[in-house]
Design a protein around this ligand. Structure first.
Ligand code: GTP
Length: 258
């Protein structure tokens, strides 16, 4: 349902990148650590896998702590947000490297919008990550030298399996699934149901949208609210934490189960 044409292409690219690395830093969104792991994990078999719970500034701290404890049972993990020093990630990679000093090669991977490019750009000190997506890149991979570690300057974009409506709704709430791409109204209303619990709202989605659109003057010619504009603006605001910092995945027991 979502970027169908891009999925196979992205998979092929990741497989190509994986040949060049031994360590994969999987970036998850701290607000939905389970939903952001809903991709085909077997693609990474044999690699040294490390996790970053990213955008921790937008999540509920209590749940980030619980998720950290849970993930640590199976894999190395750190929490991060873009205001922190990227040396935190560098130290983390170094301390969990399985290679000899100077031989670790790392790929940063994750579903869309979790902050992969932001981390890569912080390491490179300039805007390199976007140019990494140019066709033909795999013929001459670009590396960012972090001293003892080499980081691929190209992020590996993973697409979610979207195995249920809840996963899709949470990906929508954190901005990993573009609202414009969703044609199923039930995913949008499910996302609102999850969101409304955090704010203790008793309004229906239609009532909430009406009020939100009117307040911002998103009115169409007929005098009704401009549904598309209001909906798109609302989900962008939610994903950017404008309503508060919430963790939507609360069941840490879901980790590593499918
Ligand atoms: P794709 O290229 O779609 O795969 O996205 P990406 O994973 O590379 O994410 P990107 O780095 O482009 O970040 C997406 C958005 O999230 C941008 O607007 C960033 O500024 C924002 N962002 C990244 N990291 C953080 C963070 O730690 N906290 C907050 N609040 N925002 C962040």
């Amino acid at each position: 349902m979502w970027y169908p044409g891009h999925i196979n292409k992205a998979k092929r690219k990741i497989k190509e990148y994986l040949k060049a690395v031994d360590t994969v830093l999987i970036v998850l969104d701290a607000r939905a650590p389970f939903a952001t792991t809903a991709f085909e994990r077997n693609i990474f078999t044999g690699k040294n896998i490390l996790y970053v719970l990213n955008k921790a500034d937008l999540a509920n701290k209590k749940y980030t702590k619980l998720w950290m404890e849970k993930i640590k049972e199976t894999s190395p993990v750190i929490s991060f947000s873009k205001a922190e020093s990227v040396n935190k990630i560098k130290g983390f990679i170094n301390s969990h490297s399985k290679k000899k000093l100077g031989e670790t090669r790392v790929l940063i991977a994750g579903v869309p919008n979790v902050g992969k490019s932001t981390i890569i750009n912080k390491f490179s000190g300039r805007k390199l990550a976007k140019t990494g997506m140019a066709p033909g890149i795999t013929r001459g991979l670009q590396w960012i030298n972090l001293g003892s570690v080499k980081l691929l300057d190209t992020p590996g974009i993973l697409y979610s399996k979207l195995f249920n409506k809840d996963v899709a709704a949470k990906l929508l709430l954190i901005g990993s699934l573009p609202v414009e791409s969703i044609d199923k109204y039930d995913i949008i209303t499910r996302a609102y149901e999850i969101f409304k619990v955090e704010l203790n709202l008793d309004k229906t989605f239609e009532e909430f949208l009406e009020e939100y659109g009117k307040k911002r003057g998103f009115i169409s010619k007929g005098g009704n609210i401009d549904f598309e504009r209001t909906k798109n603006n609302l989900f962008k605001a939610i994903s950017e934490g404008k309503f508060g910092f919430f963790t939507y995945d609360k069941e840490v027991a879901l980790w590593m189960q499918e």
